[in-house]
Design a protein around this ligand. Structure first.
Ligand SMILES: Nc1nc2c(ncn2[C@@H]2O[C@H](COP(=O)(O)OP(=O)(O)OP(=O)(O)O)[C@@H](O)[C@H]2O)c(=O)[nH]1
Ligand SMILES: [Mg+2]
Length: 908
């Protein structure tokens, strides 16, 4: 837009400002840093504040350049022509009557109006950026005559000196005295650089934007200060869907009136909305429901959603490279299966299959087929690189994975035709080979990875046949279900939380699921047995390796002669024990007396480890006893009921299901859909009345990815970019535990808390989650509480600076330690995400209610996130950033006493 004319204008302006004859610096128009007027955003002031009016540079009188004949010393000292002193017209602009500003008709114009015309014009028309800059430029250059100083402060002061008195002087008998718009604070001018990238994004709105939008920045204070009264209140704000100005409950109706087009300032009525708000059109907010009756709210929201001014314009939609015309857009929106949540942008559309997606991306919806658009689909529409083509489009790798999953042969250079029902054939073969999305499993996997599928019993209107209704399976209705992804390192409790969700909100386990869990429990039991036997073998190897090979490659076990022989004798004695132990194992197995075997095996195992650990050489090698012993606690729970558990008739109890490690035998991906009722301690505190539309918001899909899938380079994770929140579970009790390294060749065990931290770090940095809120669940608080007294938190090197207050009991020590750990994670998160808040909750996942409360907290987080984005409620920093947590009931009490205070941290 900044073409040659603009440059010329700048040059012209500079020329007028510089002393006559001065050369304009090269490239000045492009490089000079021009300050821009900003609207004052601080607390209200008691006095009327002057305005700076735009200046028409054409009206600035300038002197002709001194001609050569006036040479400095020449011409016998004849007077050099001087321009008259220029008086800034700011006061005239101020004195403009309100009507004139709103666009007075010709009847109003008289000689007086004539006199103020330049300023009036500048106010009436949306000024170009150049005009706005001119005004601010003038604010700097004007006072120059009176000893202009460089500092902002000074310049501001000189502006007031200059313009305030003249405003008083010209108030013209009160008729022209400009009252601030009804009840509104006047604007004050400050100086700085406008930086409004948000507005830059939607350049199509630029031309309609008034001077306010160019000059006002959306600063960090967004959300806290009311635009009208300027007060910073700790309460919800509602924002204008056009200009995003926020208003408190007191000012909202005054600023927005009856809202015929929804939430718009009166001055924004008729203007197109800010596109970032499109997805929120028609969604209710606390503040509206508080101020108006539910019927009124409904009407306003309906108008907001449906009125003409707020609709997309066809040219905002570019499909297959061409902007739509009105007719094409109507066809698209009125077809039986239109795209959802349409926003302005570039899309591709495959007419044969109905697949629809954003340009350069995988498909995200199946819309009706056979819509005719000007543009035809291009091979690179979705930016695929698979050399597999579907109706002419090169598909993306995730689509190819699904094809393979559905057992569709698709080597390179395959060209398919795919039809509305998923039927496919190779190009030129005229032979439908099958239907891609026929199997429920394929459909399920598609939804998990957010690929669209056609409705199950799709009957597509070919040749304009009347459209028949279809049923879309519930879980395909992705719009209404909010996906929550739960992750964590091994043993952190993700499966337990998942199973709790199932028990709390879901249906009971089906017989198949129970069968699966039973198999899982049984195979876990054999895994524990495997560990026992492996341990025995390992000790035997230890024993054999050293005497036979004193210079063995394992440097850690090299010992000097004395120690070595000491170790040998020790190991021999252990070996004898082990021999006895293994003979005994074999006997028991031979007799089939497993009931005796399992408990005995675990019982016998520990003393062997103890024995080994006594020796200094072993200690030097392994550093920690845990490295010799990693049978999970839960092993004993199941091993002690070995016969019962391993029999065919075994039926896992609810407790067994919860205690078992894992979700299913394969233990990969698992998901569950559930709904939460409205009961919530927090929303009650805020006096919420949730409208029925929020019910739909309460549907969730919890997806659990096992730790292994994560460790393999987070491969799965990429498929979950549309999750609403990531729940990351960490076992608090891991701080003094060691675990096998997730990857790499090192056999050295690592601190499990550090492992969790590293995984957490990798996850928050993952591009798929750049904008996704994270909720950290600090789990296993029960074990933590129990052991914190005997095993210091500093056992984990990351917590080495933990310096608790002295306490008399484990409970308060555990709370202190919990806060400390929470803050460590919060700081880490803030570091990586540019100061975003990490939400933390404390849980004991074996304990149902703590998981229930965790999910209610997560739901609340999602609402905060929604409202934060849409213009509302933003809980006070103190509890948002430092202490939201935690052991629910405890917090609940604190909250009731000190809703916004930082009390919880203090209480520890
Ligand atoms: N005491 C106690 N045990 C817990 C808690 N949460 C989980 N557990 C137990 O810890 C063990 C491991 O929990 P899981 O839920 O299987 O851990 P996970 O994160 O799924 O681990 P992977 O399956 O390896 O990914 C199970 O025996 C659980 O019953 C808790 O808060 N307190
Ligand atoms: Mg598990």
């Amino acid at each position: 837009m900044a073409g040659a004319t603009e440059t010329a204008t700048w040059e012209e302006m500079l020329r007028r400002m510089l002393p006559p004859g001065t050369a304009i610096p090269e490239g000045a128009a492009g490089n000079l840093d021009y300050s821009i007027a900003l609207e004052y955003d601080g607390p209200p002031v008691a006095y009327e504040v002057p305005r700076i009016a735009p200046v028409d540079m054409a009206d600035v009188p300038t002197a002709e350049p001194v001609s050569a004949s006036y040479g400095l010393l020449g011409n016998g000292g004849a007077a050099v022509p001087v321009a008259p002193v220029f008086r800034p017209p700011a006061s005239r602009a101020r004195a403009e009557p309100p009507q004139a500003r709103r666009g007075a008709g010709p009847a109003d114009s008289g000689p007086r109006d004539e006199a103020s015309r330049p300023a009036t014009r500048a106010r009436q028309e949306p000024p170009s950026p150049v005009q706005v800059r001119r005004s601010s430029e003038f604010a700097h250059s004007g006072p120059q005559n009176e000893g202009y100083s460089d500092s902002d402060d000074d310049s501001r002061r000189s502006v007031s000196r200059e313009s305030a008195p003249s405003y008083q002087g010209q108030s013209d008998g009160g008729r022209h005295a400009m009252a601030a718009p009804e009840g509104r604070r006047s604007h004050v001018v400050t100086f700085g650089l406008a930086d409004d990238s948000k507005y830059d994004q939607s350049s199509e709105l630029d031309d309609t934007r008034s001077e306010q939008f160019v000059a006002v920045t959306r600063t960090e204070k967004r959300g806290k200060t009311c635009h009208r009264c300027g007060k910073r209140k700790w309460e919800s704000k509602e924002s204008c869907i056009v200009c995003d100005k926020r208003y408190c409950g007191y000012c909202l109706l005054r600023a927005m009136g009856s809202m015929p087009e929804g939430r718009k300032c009166i001055t924004c009525i008729g203007r197109p909305i800010y596109e970032g708000k499109r997805s929120k059109l028609g969604k209710s907010s606390r503040i509206l429901s508080r101020l108006l009756s539910s019927l009124e709210v409904r009407q306003i929201l309906k108008a907001e959603k449906e009125c003409q001014a707020n609709q997309l314009r066809p040219e905002q939609l570019i499909v297959n490279g061409f902007p739509l015309c009105q007719e094409e857009m109507s066809d698209l929106l009125s077809c039986p299966r239109p795209p959802q949540n349409l926003k302005p942008g570039r899309y591709w559309y495959d007419k044969e299959s109905g697949l629809w997606g954003k340009e350069g991306e995988k498909p995200n919806r199946v819309v009706s087929t056979n819509l005719n658009f000007n543009g035809k689909i291009q091979p690179n529409a979705s930016n695929g690189n698979t050399q597999v083509y579907m109706n002419g489009r090169e598909i993306t790798s995730i689509e190819r994975k699904i094809l393979r999953f559905a057992q569709v042969q698709c080597p390179r250079d395959t060209h398919f035709w795919v039809y509305h029902d998923g039927g496919y054939e190779e190009e030129g073969q005229n032979n439908i080979k099958g239907k891609i999305w026929e199997s429920p499993l394929t459909r399920f996997v598609c939804t998990l990875v957010s690929l669209p599928v056609p409705p199950a019993n799709s009957v597509e209107p070919r040749d304009d046949a009347p459209y028949s209704a279809r049923t879309v399976p519930e879980y395909l209705d992705q719009k209404r279900i909010q996906k929550l992804l739960i992750l964590g390192s091994p043993g952190a409790g993700t499966s337990t939380i998942f199973k709790q969700a199932k028990l709390l909100y879901g249906s009971r386990f089906t017989p198949e699921e129970l069968d699966n869990i039973k198999l899982m429990i049984q195979s876990n039991m054999f895994k524990y047995l495997g560990i026992l036997l492996e341990g025995r073998e390992r000790f035997e190897e230890e024993a054999l390796a050293i005497p036979n090979n004193p210079n063995s490659e394992d440097g850690d076990t090299q010992q000097d002669g004395n120690e070595s022989s000491g170790l040998n004798s020790c190991i021999y004695s252990i070996n004898a024990k082990l021999k006895k132990f293994s003979d005994w194992l074999l006997d028991i197995i031979a007799m089939g007396d497993l009931d005796a075997f399992f408990p005995a095996a675990t019982r016998e195992y520990a003393p062997v480890v103890d024995e080994l650990w006594k020796h200094p050489a072993i200690q030097a090698t392994y550093k920690r006893k845990d490295e010799l012993y990693f049978l999970p606690d839960v092993a004993e729970y199941f091993l002690s009921r070995a016969i019962e558990v391993s029999s065919n008739e075994y039926e896992p109890s609810e407790k067994d299901v919860l205690y078992a490690e894992g979700v299913s035998q394969g233990n990969g991906l698992a998901f569950i859909d559930f709904t939460l009722d409205e009961r919530n301690p927090m929303s009650e505190l805020y006096g919420d009345s949730h409208d029925p539309s929020s019910q739909a918001q309460n549907k969730y899909q919890l997806i659990r990815v096992n730790a292994k899938g994560l460790n393999e380079g987070c491969k799965w994770v990429e498929m979950f970019e549309d999750v609403r929140a990531v729940i990351f579970s960490v076992a608090l009790s891991d701080y003094d535990q060691l675990g096998a390294p997730a990857s790499g060749n090192s056999r050295r065990l690592e601190n499990k808390m550090i492992q969790s931290r590293d995984l957490f770090e990798a996850t928050i940095r993952h591009p798929s989650f750049r904008d996704t809120p994270f909720v950290l669940v600090l789990n296993k608080f029960d074990i933590f509480e129990e052991k914190i007294g005997r095993s210091p938190l500093t056992a984990c090197e990351w917590f080495s600076d933990f310096d608790p207050l002295r306490t008399h009991n484990n409970q308060s020590m555990a709370q202190q330690a919990f806060f400390y750990v929470a803050m460590k994670f919060k700081n880490l998160y803030a570091e990586h995400t540019g100061d975003r808040k990490l939400f933390v909750w404390q849980a004991r996942a074996r304990d149902g209610p703590t998981v229930d409360e965790a999910f209610r907290y997560i739901r609340e987080v999602l609402r905060w996130e929604d409202e934060k984005e849409y213009g509302g409620f933003c809980p006070d920093e103190s509890f948002y950033s430092t202490t939201e947590l935690s052991s629910s009931r405890l917090v609940e009490q604190d909250w009731q006493q000190h809703p916004a205070a930082d009390q919880r941290q203090g209480s520890t």
